[in-house]
Design a protein around this ligand. Structure first.
Ligand SMILES: Nc1nc2c(c(=O)[nH]1)N[C@H]1C(S)=C(S)[C@@H](COP(=O)(O)OP(=O)(O)OC[C@H]3O[C@@H](n4cnc5c(=O)[nH]c(N)nc54)[C@H](O)[C@@H]3O)O[C@H]1N2
Ligand SMILES: Nc1nc2c(c(=O)[nH]1)N[C@H]1C(S)=C(S)[C@@H](COP(=O)(O)OP(=O)(O)OC[C@H]3O[C@@H](n4cnc5c(=O)[nH]c(N)nc54)[C@H](O)[C@@H]3O)O[C@H]1N2
Ligand code: SF4
Ligand SMILES: [Mo]
Length: 733
């Protein structure tokens, strides 16, 4: 009997008949991979591949990028603008002039009746930078609401706030190349192999060559923790205590870089005094990491020639998010690890263009990291846009997490959501649902018509998706990269940029200002405004960006004129002699007293509820839920649970359970795994009506970012057949 195939026909790979490859940047995570989309002779996108020789990904893509050409025709796309008077009425199809007119009328009505700030705008980290800049011009210069923010408050706000407190400005100082020069890496609350697979690949390649130790701080045994040299399973929400204890050891043993501290920082004495309260014995009792490990890690880190720290949501999404970032920066400054090859404090960004919105959307101020609080900045931008500077507010308004409670209490009556889905992504979604019900006008601008917020909307503006548009994203390492238009906008959808311009034209002030429709013209405005700023992109053009597969800022006109090759643009910020963005050019060392203010497990709710992501899905699944090869990995809401804890409660693998918090309950399928400790469960947040029904989302006092990762729950048995039915409904797309 022969096994296998009798005839050895060669395996054939379907020829997709690609006629042309077109250049773009991946639209999922902030790694910023260069991608090419294969187009057949009918102009249909049929294939995706990584761009060989691109600095970021060297031809590689992860399993989201590799199916990205399937996005264009995925199910649930919006086709044409829709309107209705009440959220319980049926939708009516309309055209763009009608939809934008109705919207402008509603904005005028609400502002006249309740005041300028009664109409709020919440945008995203996922549209092109040219769109962000134009939305900022519209929000700040025409509509004039100060309640304008982005979903980056759920994501990067703590990183931004921490960078500003330590260095005087936002802007990650390091780059991916630092992995190739570092001698020690600490990763705080970041699961690179799943969330930034190609950054992980860069890190792993570098580590295999140079064998630097990788230390992972995460309460869960993530894929990154499995591959670490040391895993520190910290008690949730106590990273600041561990950071203080590491600093205690560094100062106690004289491992700090005194010359660097002396030359580049302020505040050393106050920091040293605070850190004295966190000897490793005391700290171990709070953060759950034993004292020997604390000492060992402190020595490894401080004695390394160049040492690097990265972090993501395990730090940012905490009531100590901003402090956690400052703690990381403190450690870097104490050891002279900023602006040096392999020595940095690098926030790993989330969404594909979370950086673009920070730089150019004016959400937290004015474009190019300018501030509403600064009269010169208001004056300069007012003049450039043709807006009376007195029209601008003199300080920043509400963040996303304050806008929703203000809707609840009636201060805000109208809301425009651009590319974000708070009914699945915000904490305590039952409360969000009630909040949205209260709006007199909800405008949803999204590429998908089946997004959950549509239930409460009055106006729907269907947006062209990703490479149906042209423009830039900025990635984690400040690299501006280009997406060419690969396909015409689907059905009667319009690009986000076009939609903002069309709304602007509905206002007298908008008609007086310049709102160019051509993306590169918008980019040229931004270049002009960037001159001499930290975020200087004046030397870049679309063609130069494409030729170089992305250029890191700063890259000045001066450098371009002198023919300096773009990679020499801006690999690192604050290189020696460091010029931090405070008036005296020095960074701040800031003491961080720890206050234990989380919801913690108790007798009634004995488990920590942790939440996060999976490699195959992106956020609320409006996109990956429709792509077969992504969705089939995990079509069902599930929960990681420790087998010992499950046995105690009589729960078996793949049983359905009801998870209950002080807010609400959710039904999920149990996945038994040692990834989580006995007193913790982990639920991916990709599914609607699931983990965010349970979360509390206490806010960080500086960044207003919610603590998505810390809450307490209990687990109850549920009738299996009934639960299967509930889950079938949740799964149906
Ligand atoms: N596949 C995929 N990739 C993505 C995304 C996606 O949806 N899917 N989203 C993108 C976006 S917007 C973002 S923001 C990033 C997020 O990227 P990551 O932050 O890497 O992902 P998360 O799974 O949210 O959280 C990371 C880890 O934080 C840990 N954590 C929880 N509590 C604590 C704590 O108290 N301390 C510490 N140190 N760690 C803790 C969790 O156990 C979890 O493993 O991913 C980006 N990339
Ligand atoms: N429990 C828990 N909750 C979390 C998190 C967590 O870790 N745990 N993470 C938080 C984080 S870090 C983030 S970033 C948020 C993300 O939360 P959201 O921003 O709400 O999530 P997305 O699903 O990415 O929403 C983006 C929307 O934009 C639409 N879209 C896509 N492309 C375009 C386009 O080109 N134009 C327009 N107009 N629309 C487009 C998509 O269809 C989708 O509806 O979730 C947060 N929520
Ligand atoms: S790593 Fe991020 S940017 Fe790269 S292909 Fe995957 S999702 Fe896209
Ligand atoms: Mo995010």
């Amino acid at each position: 009997m022969l096994f296998g195939r009798y005839k050895k026909n060669p395996i054939s790979i379907t020829d997709k008949k690609v006629e042309k490859w077109s250049y773009a940047t991946c639209s999922y995570c902030s790694t910023g991979c260069s991608i090419e989309i294969g187009i057949n002779k009918d102009g249909e996108p049929v294939s995706s591949r990584g761009v060989g020789g691109a600095d970021v990904n060297q031809g590689k893509l992860c399993l989201k990028g590799i199916f990205e050409h399937e996005l264009f025709d995925s199910s649930g796309r919006g086709k044409t603008p829709l309107i209705r008077n009440n959220f319980y009425d049926d939708w009516e199809e309309t055209d763009w002039p009608q939809a934008t007119k109705k919207m402008a009328d509603e904005i005028r009505r609400i502002q006249a009746q309740y005041g300028r700030d009664a109409f709020a705008i919440v945008s995203t980290g996922q549209i092109l930078t040219e769109g962000f800049y134009t939305l900022g011009k519209l929000a700040r210069g025409v509509i004039g609401t100060n309640n304008y923010d982005g979903n980056t408050t759920l994501c990067m706000a703590s990183a931004v706030s921490g960078y500003k407190r330590s260095f005087g400005s936002d802007g990650p100082p390091g780059c991916y190349e630092d992995f190739s020069h570092t001698d020690c890496l600490i990763a705080w609350g970041s699961n690179l192999p799943e969330q930034h697979p190609i950054i992980y690949w860069r890190m792993k390649e570098a580590q295999e060559k140079r064998h630097f130790p990788l230390i992972v701080v995460d309460p869960r045994v993530t894929m990154l923790a499995q591959n670490a040299d040391m895993h520190l399973p910290i008690r949730p929400g106590t990273d600041v205590v561990l950071q203080n204890a590491l600093m205690y050891v560094i100062l106690d043993e004289g491992l700090e870089d005194s010359a660097y501290i002396e030359a580049n920082t302020n505040g050393f004495e106050a920091l040293a005094a605070e850190v004295k309260n966190y000897d490793p014995t005391t700290a171990a009792k709070i953060c759950g990491i034993d004292e020997d490990t604390i000492r060992h890690v402190a020595r490894l880190y401080a004695k390394a020639n160049a040492a690097m720290q990265i972090w993501t949501m395990g730090i940012n999404q905490s009531t100590h998010g901003s402090d956690g970032v400052v703690g990381i920066n403190n450690l870097s400054l104490l050891t002279g690890n900023i602006g040096k090859k392999g020595g940095t404090s690098l926030s790993i960004t989330g969404q594909c263009n979370a950086m673009g919105t920070r730089e150019w959307s004016s959400c937290s101020g004015l474009p190019g990291y300018r501030l509403l609080e600064n009269p010169e900045d208001r004056e300069e931008i007012g003049k450039f846009w043709g807006v009376d500077p007195e029209f601008f507010p003199k300080k920043r308004g509400m963040t996303q997490t304050d806008i929703f409670p203000a809707i609840e209490t009636g201060q805000i009556k109208g809301l425009w959501l651009v590319g974000t889905n708070p009914m699945t992504s915000m904490a305590n979604t039952a409360r969000i649902r009630k909040t949205l019900e209260k709006l007199e006008c909800l405008v949803v601008q999204d590429s998908y018509q089946d997004v959950e917020t549509m239930q409460y909307a009055h106006i729907f503006l269907p947006a062209a998706i990703w490479a149906e548009k042209e423009g830039c994203f900025t990635n984690t390492e400040r690299r501006v990269n280009l997406t060419r238009q690969i396909k015409k906008p689907y059905a009667n959808t319009k690009t986000d940029l076009h939609i903002f311009n069309a709304v602007a034209q509905q206002f007298e002030q908008g008609r007086k200002m310049r709102f160019p429709d051509k993306p590169e013209e918008v980019f040229n405005e931004m270049r002009q405004l960037s001159k001499g700023r930290l975020v200087d992109i004046s030397g870049m053009t679309y063609d130069l960006i494409e030729q170089n597969r992305g250029i890191q800022w700063p890259y000045t006109e001066e450098q371009a004129k002198r023919g300096i090759a773009p990679p020499k643009g801006g690999k690192r910020l604050y290189t020696e002699p460091a010029t931090f963005r405070f008036k005296d050019g020095r960074a701040k060392l800031i003491p961080l007293p720890f206050i234990d203010n989380n919801e913690v497990p108790d007798e009634h709710y004995p488990f920590w509820l942790n939440s996060g992501r999976l490699v195959e899905h992106f956020h609320t699944r409006t996109r990956t839920g429709k792509i077969g090869n992504n969705n089939k990995f995990s079509p069902t809401p599930f929960m990681e649970m420790n087998p010992d804890a499950a046995e105690e409660l009589g729960i078996r693998h793949q049983h359905y359970v009801r998870v209950v918090s002080r807010r609400n309950d959710a039904v999920v399928m149990v996945m038994l795994t040692h990834r989580v400790p006995r007193n913790m469960v982990f639920i991916p947040f990709h599914f609607h009506d699931c983990v965010n029904r349970l979360t509390l989302g206490l806010l960080d006092p500086y960044s207003r970012q919610p603590a998505f990762k810390q809450a307490a729950v209990r687990i109850e048995h549920i009738d299996q057949e009934q639960a299967a039915l509930i889950n079938k409904e949740a799964r149906a797309y």
